[in-house]
Design a protein around this ligand. Sequence first.
Ligand SMILES: [Zn+2]
Length: 396
Amino acid sequence: MTATDKNPVCVENSHGRELHRAGWIIIDPFTIIENGYIETSNGFIKGVHRGTPAEKHIDHGPGVIMPPLVNAHLHLELSALKNSLPFGKGFRAWVKKLLEKREALGLEKLVKEAGKAALDLMESGNLYVGDISTLGITGSIIEESGLNGICFHEYLGSDISDIQPFFTGKNDSVSFSIAGHAPHSTSAQLLRMLKKRSGFAGLPFSIHVAESDDESLFIHDKRGDWADFLTSRGIDWSSWQIGSKTPVSYINDMGLLDSLTIAVHLLNANDRDLEILARSKAKVCVCPRSNLNLHGKLPDIEKMIQKGIKPALGTDSLASCKSLNIFDEMAFISNQYQGLDPATIFAMGTINGAAALGIEQYTGTLSKGKRAKFLYLPVRAKNQNRLFQGIISNER
Ligand SMILES: [Zn+2]
């Protein structure tokens, strides 16, 4: 693949020694080299150096070599629902339509479109993913596509007898773990059990939390449309320790928050919630484009950062977002959050995502010892600030 103004070239060294030169090299958001090269050997980065090597090398051009992007939260299995659901009729109407359409499409179509979306991710430089699947259909798609990261099998409801053993991947670049859907859709007993199992295996655990007003009202007031919905489905939530709590304080009381948990969304998170998250060292992943489409509002990323949180980026699914490309998510954030500097937004799409998925020993930066897998992006820049600006405004 050749570089155009917008598309990155994905570069990988798997054997032998290679030197890759470019006008700029971003090792991490705070360590940038102008005119340098990366030394790789047998799949790993051996070092990053200044200048042009005297020996034989691959010259990528005047643009930038940078770490691959990490989409820390998406649902590949919903890719067939792209552009088919209405956003303006409220979140509950959207969920209802999603379930109907997913059922009507059938597994074959869901698998086919998930496969196409996985290849798009590879081509657009989003090489690492945290994928959520309730149907269990995306693990092999991810492995075959060449993407790396974590496949989370997601559970909801209250049936604790239904938890499957972890899959063993064919490929050591993909790990399998589990996720609980959300505190208002998954029983406390099931959530605790899922967290215990993933924690025992030393794997990340993912949960949507503080996303909708229905969720907050149910957990705080023990009433509302969601309470009626659960009751109508015959789900007995009387033993759930909810009431006078926010979703974040509820899952904290349950013991779900630690450094292996990824709390996704946090649209309805107050100051105290953010302090709880920061203290617990839980990872945070935000999906602003999806949030704006479904809920008409955005997470307070500036406040998260003030509290010491390092948010990762996700897109959620193509059922609620135009693309799964983190370049697009960074461009959106750059437009919407004027107070965030470009290097911080770049960190969200790279190292923060790698840390959230627990894969920062492999990727997230281009430091020595990490995998020799990176992007070349043909942006031209006069200085470091322009460089980050050029990267994060790379919306397609
Ligand atoms: Zn999601």
